[in-house]
Every structure is written in C-alpha cells, then in structure tokens.
Design a protein around this ligand. Sequence first.
Ligand SMILES: NC(=O)C1=CN([C@@H]2O[C@H](COP(=O)(O)OP(=O)(O)OC[C@H]3O[C@@H](n4cnc5c(N)ncnc54)[C@H](OP(=O)(O)O)[C@@H]3O)[C@@H](O)[C@H]2O)C=CC1
Ligand SMILES: N[C@@H](CC=O)C(=O)O
Ligand code: NA
Length: 372
Amino acid sequence: MASVLSLASTTKTFRIAVVGVGLVGNEFIKQLLAFPAPSPFRLVSLSSSKATVFHPDGLSVSAASWKDELASSGRKPDLQVLLRELAALVKPGQEVVLVDNTSSNDVAALYPQFLKFGVNVITPNKKAFSSELSLYESILAASLESGAKFLNEATVGAGLPIISTLKDLVATGDNVLKIEGVFSGTMSYIFNEFSTGKEGGPSFSSVVSVAREKGYTEPHPADDLNGADVARKLTILSRFIPPLRTALPNGYQSVSTKSLVPPQLEGIESGDEFIKRLPEFDAQFDKMRADAAKEGKVLRFAGVVDVQAGIIKADLEKYPVTHPFATALGGSDNIIMFHTERYGARPLVVQGAGAGAAVTAMGVMSDLLKLV
Ligand SMILES: NC(=O)C1=CN([C@@H]2O[C@H](COP(=O)(O)OP(=O)(O)OC[C@H]3O[C@@H](n4cnc5c(N)ncnc54)[C@H](OP(=O)(O)O)[C@@H]3O)[C@@H](O)[C@H]2O)C=CC1
Ligand SMILES: N[C@@H](CC=O)C(=O)O
Ligand code: NA
C-alpha cells in the first residue's frame, strides 16, 4: 500500500485527542487503532460528554478496552483543560490534532483557540463553519497565524470527496458557476423510500425512524427535517467559493430553507419524543406524495448554490420519475454536481453514501492522512 509506505517514512508523530465518542467517534477510533504499524499516530485523549482520559505519551488502549478505560476514569471533561494540555504538546516534529466528533457548538466555538495554540482541528461537525461569519473568520485567522490546519471533509457528503474537489477546482483557477444536488443522507434515504412515483407506500414517520436507526440523522432528527443540515452544508461550500465567501453573514440562517417539521413539533427537545409524535402528521406527507405521483413526479430534498444568480437555497422539489435524482439514488446517497467554466455543459458529479458512521469516519480519517 503506497500510502502506508510513505507514512512509514514520516519522522513526525501525531498526537490525537478525540472529543465525542458516539456513532462516528466510535468508528473513527476503530479505524485509527487499526492503522497498520508503524503508525505515526498516538491517541492521547478521549472525551465523552461525561468523562475524559489523557496521557501525553499516548493512552494504552485497544479497540476492545478504550470504552472501559473511559468509563472508569472518574475525570470530568473540561475543554479549557484539554486546550492547555494539547497546547503543551505542540513542538517541532510533533503535531497535535483535535478530532471533534460531536455536534457541539461549545466545542466548535473553541476551534480558534486550539488553532491559535498550534493544534490542528479535524472534524465532521458542521457548526463552526456554518454559523456566524465572525467565527469562521476567526478560524481562518487563527489557522493562518499559527500554521495549524483545519480539515472538514466529512462535514459535506460524509466521506465523499466534496470539499477536496471544490478546493481543487478553486485553487486551480476554475470558476464555479453552480453546485446542486442532494446533500442530506437522511433526506435522501427518506424520499428514496417514501416517494417512488406511486401514490401509496410506507408512512413518512416510519421511514424517518429507520433513517435514525441506521445512524443517518443528526443527534436530533429535526435538525435534518427542518432543512438546517442541508443549509449548513450549502454555507460550508459557499464559503470556499471566492465570490460567496462573505455572502452569508449569519451562516445557515441566511440560507433560504424549507422546513418539513410540522409547526406543532417545533421546539421539542427530545429526539425520541419528536419521533413518537411524527405519525400524527403522516396524512399531510401522504398527500404531498400522491400529488407528486399524479404529475408523474417524485419528491426530493435538494440544495443549490447558484453563484451567478446569487441564490443559495434548500427546498423540497418535485422531479420527473426519469430525472437522475429519481433513478440514480438509493439508500443514503448524496449526489453533488459541480457546474464550472472548465466542466462546461457536463458537470463534474460525485455520488455515493452521504451518511452513516463508517463512511463519515473514513472522511475524518482521510483528513488525518492528508495532514500527514
Ligand atoms: N452520522 C452521520 O452520518 C454523520 C455525522 N456527521 C457529524 O458527525 C458528528 C457526530 O455525529 P454522530 O456520531 O452521528 O452523533 P452522536 O450523537 O452519535 O455522537 C455525538 C457524541 O458527542 C458527544 N458530545 C456532545 N458534546 C460533547 C462534549 N462537549 N464533549 C464530549 N463529547 C460530547 C455526545 O455525548 P452524549 O451522548 O453523552 O451527549 C455523543 O456521544 C456530528 O457533528 C454530525 O453532524 C457528519 C456526517 C455524517
Ligand atoms: N444527518 C446528516 C449526516 C451527515 O452530514 C445527513 O443525513 O446527511
Ligand atoms: Na465529504
């Protein structure tokens, strides 16, 4: 394996702190610990929302033992303490990396601090890059000041090469005209199952429940159904496109977004309660499906960043049953089309699973390898 051979020749070590050990975090740790020897990686810290462990030289844990080690630690997580511990490890020949596998705003708000102290940040967490422009600008400035990097491939399309493709297009001088596609694994799964061009089919609430069981949804499924997850992804992409870098001062909240959350369910804090109440609204989704089917169409939740028209929006649309969004997608597939000057009439297309623990952790792990 070429990549492993070239890593074997690196003289640097990479000290890694993982914050968030849920679905993606758990899978990331598995992939990290399975990395072939001689591994340049040392896992120095693990944190859940309840406990943390840290050892500057690397934890003595295996794939089978890390959960017990964390559970029995007795030490409460503290992000400021972690910041100081990691900053102290930054030295020549030794890179330090924070891997944030949470969806926490609190962790995201500290990226500028970590970066300022030379700690690289790798994450699938969309919050920091899709909220207020001021936070994003602080991240850019801190990274520039210290040279520490932030890599966020898994924030859009999970492991699919969406951000790296966009960065390469922009860096090589292509003009991005429009990006459009299905950006949500959850929404893709829901509508691939729910709306097939026929009037009947499974209930909306039942397919949402399955999407959650499969690990596609955000910790709270309303964050997918209200369109915010797609709006966040469109914000992240827009900020990599020079003419749109500052176009969304309030981040995802500045994106025109269609919410599928029934008003009566807005503000329900528990994801379980939300899922329990969703069947009350199945009839209205049945009607939307039947209306589309009568026109020979399917429902798909799509996103668009139209650079020329200045339109950034996330909406539920109807597509003919012959459209690629109807015929080419299955499971949690994302499909993202880059229309650029160089690609002319035939867009550059990336397609594949856009959610799920294994493919998301792969996106995080591949960012780590890019850093190496
Ligand atoms: N699942 C997917 O397909 C994809 C997920 N992502 C992103 O990956 C991230 C993780 O998603 P996922 O693993 O599915 O979510 P989970 O809810 O399974 O895991 C998130 C974990 O973060 C922990 N956590 C929250 N706040 C803190 C904190 N301050 N310190 C330490 N741990 C904390 C939570 O702990 P506790 O449960 O104790 O609160 C939870 O275990 C999210 O940002 C999501 O948007 C991106 C692409 C795809
Ligand atoms: N909930 C998200 C997970 C990946 O970002 C999705 O469904 O796409
Ligand atoms: Na990606």
